[in-house]
Every structure is written in C-alpha cells, then in structure tokens.
Design a protein around this ligand. Structure first.
Ligand code: NAD
Length: 260
C-alpha cells in the first residue's frame, strides 16, 4: 500500500531530504507540500506537487503528514490536524511543554510518531547506553557531547536529551534531578550521579553524539555520527508508511522498528 504524504517545510534542510528520499520509495507518495507563505519555493513543484502555504488543503490531500519545521509551526499544525484526526510523523526538536501538549491532544484522536532522531543507529544507541548505564551505575560519570551545524537553534539537541534520559533510566533516576547543561565559573567538583550534556556548534555538521562513561583509570565512549540527512528522511518515511491505520496514540521510532 502507498501512503499519501504531505511534507511540511519543503524548502528546509530536512524537508528537501524527505522529498529526495520519497522519490526512491513505493510505500509513500508525496501529494502535498506546505511551507510558510514567504518561503523560497512556494509555487514551485517539489516532488511532483506544487508547494503551497494552504495547510488545511495540504492536510486534506494526504493520509499522513511529515513535520520537520519549528516548534511553533509544529504546535499550530497539530491543532489543525486534530480537527482532521490526521496521522503524523513529527521530527521537530526543541519542543516546549505547550508544544508537547498539542501533540498529546492530536495523539488522542490519531496515531502519531514522534522522534528527536529517526536514524536506526541512534535508536539502537539508546538501548546500548541504557544497558551501559545500568551495568556501570552512577559511579561511572556519564557525560554527553553533541555537535551540530551552526544554523541549529535548539540546545542541547533532542537526540542528546534522549540519550541523557536513557542513561538516567539505566541509573533508575529522574533525569531532571541530575541534569547539568552548562558549567561556567566555580561550579565545584562534579557531584556523583550528575549527567552532563555539552553542545558544540559549527560548520555543516549534520549531527554527532558521544556518550562517555568515565570509570577509575578507564572510560567507554559510545558514538554516533550522521553523515547524511538521508538517514533521518528514510526513517521518517518508514514511520509514515507504518503509522497509517494504527490506533490513535503516540509512538516512538523503537515501535516503528519493532524494537519496543
Ligand atoms: P530548516 O530551518 O532548514 O527548515 C525548516 C522548514 O520549516 C523551512 O522550510 C521553513 O520555511 C519551514 N516552516 C517554518 N514554519 C512553517 C510553517 N508554519 N508551515 C510549514 N513550514 C514551515 O530546519 P531543518 O534543519 O530542516 O530542521 C527542522 C527541524 O527538524 C529542527 O527542529 C531540527 O532539529 C529537526 N531535525 C530532526 C531530526 C530527526 O531525526 N528527528 C533530524 C534533523 C533535524
């Protein structure tokens, strides 16, 4: 079966990657592309369809929409999709509690897949770091370093936060009680059990993540490096084909991959 797809933000980095990836697949077909009214490419044909700023028409022309835009756009779109009970694949990161609430409302009436990272490698890595954290315990200092291109707006990356939560789960603690996102000045010795995340920004790096576990006289580093946005696009399209016809609810990429 071929799922009819609406791509949001076709002029963006991920929107373009999704359009390129869809061209080589038979399980999805792009039937609409919606961007901001002032976006480059509005009125041009992308993936064989005309990109418009008419969100309602775009949603009506598809069975599932794929959203890699901005938190505000993702929240506003979810509200419009709610009235249409429209399945969704959400890749936007840096979502606030209000943005998440809009997605939760949509998930009550439609199946949606939400993931800060759609790559197979990162989703496997989440399991690996959780296992490592459980085996090593908080006696091994856990830190994450993430590196992204200079245009990335949110920090830490959504992927780094997923890794941090996986480590906290392995330690059996609530991440918010042990997190450390910045160090500046005399912050004192590192408390036992703290989980640190550091963000590096520059150039055109698509996304590197390393989870460190520092033990006495030894350390483990578990890394993932993305060298093409095609891996995220392929994962998102796999999620789009998977989610159509599922019961309403919020699913993650592990469910799509059959690893949940
Ligand atoms: P980008 O700035 O290149 O593209 C964003 C696109 O959204 C632009 O085309 C913009 O015009 C469009 N847009 C903004 N408001 C819109 C609206 N109201 N309706 C329709 N389109 C709208 O950004 P990017 O690098 O493509 O990243 C987009 C998001 O995806 C970011 O949050 C990023 O962190 C995230 N991302 C997630 C993954 C993942 O695997 N989940 C991977 C890469 C990037």
């Amino acid at each position: 079966m071929t799922a009819r797809l609406c791509v949001l933000g076709p002029s963006g980095r991920m929107g373009r990657a999704v359009i390129d990836a869809a061209a080589g697949r038979s399980d999805v077909r792009i039937t609409a592309a919606v961007d901001r009214p002032d976006a480059l490419g509005i009125g041009a044909a992308v993936g064989g369809v005309i990109a418009t700023s008419d969100l309602a028409a775009g949603l009506d022309a598809c069975e599932v929409y794929v959203d890699f835009t901005s938190p505000g756009a993702t929240r506003a779109t979810a509200a419009i999709a709610h009235a249409r009970r429209k399945p969704a694949v959400i890749g936007t990161t840096g979502l606030s509690a209000e943005d998440d609430a809009a997605l939760a409302a949509l998930a009550e009436v439609a199946p949606i897949v939400v993931a800060a990272n759609f790559s197979l490698g990162v989703n496997l890595l989440l399991g690996l770091v959780r296992t490592a954290a459980r085996a090593l315990g908080p006696e091994w200092d856990a830190e994450i370093v993430e590196t992204h291109h200079r245009a990335k707006r949110d920090a830490p990356s959504g992927t780094a936060l997923m890794i941090a939560h996986a480590i906290a789960a392995g330690h059996g603690v609530d991440y918010d009680t042990v997190k450390r996102h910045t160090r500046d000045g005399d912050v004192g010795a590192r408390p036992r059990g703290e989980i640190g995340v550091q963000s590096v920004r520059g150039g055109d790096v698509i996304g590197d993540h390393t989870a460190y576990f520092f033990g006495p006289a030894e350390r483990i580093e578990i890394s993932h490096r993305a060298s093409s946005r095609a891996i995220f696009a392929a994962g998102a399209l796999r999620a789009a084909a998977w989610v159509v016809g599922k019961p309403p609810g919020r699913y993650d990429m592990l469910a799509v991959l059959g690893l949940a």
